[in-house]
Design a binder for this molecule. Structure first.
Ligand code: SF4
Length: 440
């Protein structure tokens, strides 16, 4: 194996960067200046709903089971929208994507979903062809919610199916059988939601090739617009992790097996016209643009609303906190829990974000962020090309199939190398630039 351990998430590549190139400017001062300015970048809205009606066994994310607070949560969201909507920075440019994530956003009732979407359309500038996307589960896609979402312009779903195999669904504590998932997705597509995607987990305990083949067969049969595919991550504290540690569930994980499953997914779906959209995402003949992730990875703005939401406006990267009170008692229009990043941070993050798409053009990156990647990282690029992880030429590079598997390791190493270059002031480009003025 090229690396001994695999980085399975894009978060693995950002730890060094996140602690470097932070401006000393105070958040409250910056927020005032920012909100009075005109917006220039592409942008999205991220709405976090921190509730799930059932907790998956592999998950340890911060979220609550359904409780009384959820009945007021939509009101908290609409209040947050009204509080921010009149600032020039918010009013001056349209949002191209609205992404409801969680948690499970469809723990909101049909009426609550309608009210939140109505507030978004009434108070925020939304592009007429914006992507309006919901993370959801098969059991919460009820007829009344689907009808409201259709009426309110929802046009993308990401359904947390994880597997169509009943044994796996039980292991993950997902509700409903594989057939229930197939039937519900069929219904969703029949209602005209063409951009329907699922999450798929592979390399779970005792998974065999037949089980993976069954999942891939269903994806093709349902003609899904795309899928996010993840190798199981054993989150410390999750029910599944505890069961594995207690010996109740046997998980003989090996990198070779994981790579075998990855290769099968990638090759089989590529043959069926699914293309790479990002390292862990395949799209069927480019039917899913996944505008939200495009904006985020290309350094755009993300207005974050709701408990537990994280976003970024201008150079201000922030987190809303984990309680209703923190949002309600906050006197600033944006959460003060954040930091202002420097122009060098933005340059490096742009390269890191671009790598998530698996391909990079030297000239485009240089024009955008004024960094000569080809020259400054020549040795590293030659090294990973020799290992068969990228196809490199004068214009840029593309990750190979092996490179996609190790994509987050490559991203971590390249990011850390550039952090080091900037920290030592050894770049060949003398000009500086601010991401506000960058060409996009
Ligand atoms: S994986 Fe998603 S749906 Fe499952 S418990 Fe975690 S946040 Fe909720």
């Amino acid at each position: 194996m090229v690396y001994e351990n695999r980085c399975r998430s894009h978060h693995d590549s950002t730890s060094l960067l996140k602690n470097t190139f932070i401006s000393e400017e105070k958040p409250r001062e910056y927020i005032k200046k920012l909100l009075a300015a005109q917006a220039k970048k592409s942008r999205a809205i991220y709405i976090h709903v921190p509730y799930c009606s059932k907790i998956c066994s592999f998950c340890n994310m911060n979220r609550g089971l359904l409780n009384k607070d959820i009945n007021q949560y939509h009101a908290l969201l609409t209040e947050s929208i009204k509080k921010i909507c009149t600032y020039p920075y918010i009013e001056s440019k349209e949002f191209e994507s609205v992404y409801f994530g969680g948690g499970t956003p469809t723990t909101l009732s049909a009426q609550q979903i309608k009210e939140v979407l109505q507030a978004i359309y009434d108070y925020l500038p939304i592009c007429s062809n914006a992507e309006i996307s919901f993370e959801t589960s098969i059991t919460e896609l009820t007829e009344d919610r689907l009808a409201v979402m259709k009426e309110m312009g929802v046009n993308r779903f990401s359904i947390g199916v994880q597997s169509f195999v009943d044994r796996a669904r039980k292991l993950f504590a997902r509700r409903g059988t594989g057939q229930d998932a197939v039937d519900k997705i069929g219904r969703v597509i029949e209602m005209g939601f063409k951009n329907t995607n699922i999450d798929l987990i592979y390399n779970y305990p005792a998974q065999n090739v037949e089980e993976l083949s069954y999942d891939l067969g269903m994806i093709k049969e349902l003609d899904l617009a795309g899928l996010s595919y993840y190798s199981l991550i054993r989150h410390e504290g999750s029910v599944l992790d505890k069961r594995i540690k207690a010996g109740e569930v046997v998980h003989l994980a090996s990198l070779a097996k994981e790579k075998g499953f990855f290769t099968k997914i990638y090759r089989e779906l590529r043959k069926s016209n699914y293309n790479l959209l990002e390292l862990t995402k395949l799209t069927n003949q480019n039917r899913d643009r996944y505008q939200y992730i495009q904006i985020r990875n290309r350094g755009g703005d993300v207005l974050a609303l709701g408990i537990g939401a994280g976003g970024r406006l201008g150079d201000y990267s922030y987190f809303n906190g984990m309680s209703k009170e923190m949002i309600e008692n906050n006197k600033s229009p944006l959460s003060p829990m954040g930091r202002i990043v420097t122009a060098d941070y933005n340059r490096i993050d742009r390269i890191r974000g671009q790598l998530q798409f698996g391909t990079l053009n030297f000239r485009e990156i240089e024009a955008e962020i004024d960094f000569d990647l080809k020259e400054n990282c020549a040795e590293f690029l030659a090294e990973i090309a020799a290992k068969g992880l990228i196809e490199l030429d004068e214009k840029g590079f593309e990750l190979t199939e092996d490179g996609i598997f190790w994509g987050n390791n490559i991203s971590r190493d390249l990011t850390n190398r550039i952090v080091e270059i900037y920290s030592r002031g050894r770049i060949n480009n003398e000009n500086t630039c601010n991401i506000f003025n960058a060409n996009r």
